[in-house]
Design a binder for this molecule. Sequence first.
Ligand code: CA
Length: 149
Amino acid sequence: MLSPSLEDYLEEIYRFSLHNDVVRVSDIATCLDVTMPSVNNAIRKLSNENYLVYKKYRELVLTKKGRKLGKFLVERNSILQKFLRVIDSDCDIKAEVEAMEHYLTLPTIRAIESLVDFFKNNQECRLEFLKHCDQRKEKGLGLIDGYKD
Ligand code: CA
């Protein structure tokens, strides 16, 4: 298993590679808004674990293993974003997913994936669910923020 940080690097490298022929270390530093030494450090670890290889001019090429995991990481991120949208969560979706994605187990993410798919194929159920949420809100039901005075 990769650390959350290395997963994010690989995820971003894979995502970038979908839209660009060449991926360079500097591109990833820009995407993730991190310093070059941090990227270099991460790239070295990913390379040691055979997820990618360095080429000339600081070009990064994912191995078959790297592409497979990268695809998984990008899809996992996308499923969780869809999930937060489908349940109409009033949160910063991207930031929330960044926090969730590394800690949920595969069975949970697959269950979430099924739920997202279910609502997609049963729009009337989703509308029913949203109505239910509105009704609860009107009644003032729901978890009280224990951190608020
Ligand atoms: Ca991520």
